[in-house]
Design a binder for this molecule. Structure first.
Ligand SMILES: [Zn+2]
Length: 102
């Protein structure tokens, strides 16, 4: 489905479906922020409450962890949103008469 990290390929390798409809916009980033924020803030709070480490531990652990989690989540979430877009025929709003034409 992807030709680069987040670039959508022109079509499906397996069945030839064109991905011209695919435009998730900011959708994946929103979910990544929600999930990653929950995970990372939760981890930071847990770390502070349970171990009370010095501050340098936070500066050493959380920036790389944040980048890894965000990059790791973006691609699967974009794939999910594009699949849902196709499944639910999501797109720009159209009038009823235009829908029948295709
Ligand atoms: Zn396919």
């Amino acid at each position: 489905m992807f030709s680069k990290l987040l670039t959508v390929a022109p079509g499906c390798d397996a069945c030839g479906l064109g991905y011209g409809f695919a435009d998730a916009g900011d959708g994946p980033a929103v979910f990544v922020m929600l999930f990653a924020g929950f995970l990372i803030v939760g981890l930071a709070l847990f770390l502070e409450v349970v171990y009370e480490p010095p501050y340098w531990v936070y500066f050493a652990v959380f920036p790389p962890l944040t980048i890894l989690i965000c990059l790791g989540l973006l691609r699967p979430l974009k794939g999910i949103l594009l699949s849902l877009q196709y499944r639910n025929k999501a797109g720009q709003g159209r009038l009823e008469s235009q829908k029948r034409d295709g």
